[in-house]
Design a protein around this ligand. Structure first.
Ligand code: C2G
Length: 132
């Protein structure tokens, strides 16, 4: 069984997230997703609308996702790869090169981001609409 791993906040789930998860799952048979905890989000200077618990339930409901684990910090990736016997680590290409050190443990792939959508864009456009 070929196992794939990716990480993210996945707040206000949108087509960019779905495209990433769909392509990641297509690379193997089992997709593990590390979802950033609320405290790790603060370290990433992100403030997600949905709590970790709710983001986890939402991701677990997707047909592309087989398993969800918490992402507590930047330094857990190698341990996660070893513990889960990961074959391929995948991220969107806004992270291009940032995780090449993982090539010692598994394949590393960066997939093109979906253009024109982001959680930040959604939040700012909704803010503009509701505030005139
Ligand atoms: N993504 C994408 N296209 C978009 C938006 C996001 O392909 N338009 C991808 C990102 O590249 C990432 C994944 O969707 O691979 C999740 O995006 P975020 O929730 O923004 O995750 P991020 O904050 O980048 O967290 O340790 C890694 C970090 O936790 C990554």
């Amino acid at each position: 069984m070929k196992k794939v791993l990716t990480y993210g906040t996945f707040d206000l789930l949108h087509i960019g997230h779905i495209n990433l998860l769909k392509r990641a799952k297509a690379l193997g048979d089992h997709l593990v997703v590390g979802i950033s905890t609320d405290s790790f989000n603060r370290e990433k200077n992100k403030d997600s609308y949905h709590s970790f618990e709710n983001r986890k339930i939402i991701l677990e409901s997707l047909k592309y996702v087989d398993e969800v684990i918490p992402e507590n910090d930047w330094d857990q990736k190698i341990q996660d790869i070893l513990e889960h016997n990961i074959d391929i680590f995948v991220m969107g290409d806004d992270w291009e090169g940032k995780f090449d050190f993982l090539k010692a443990h598994c394949d590393v792939m960066y997939l093109p981001r979906t253009i024109g959508i982001s959680t930040t864009k959604i939040k700012s456009e909704l803010h503009a609409v509701t505030n005139g």
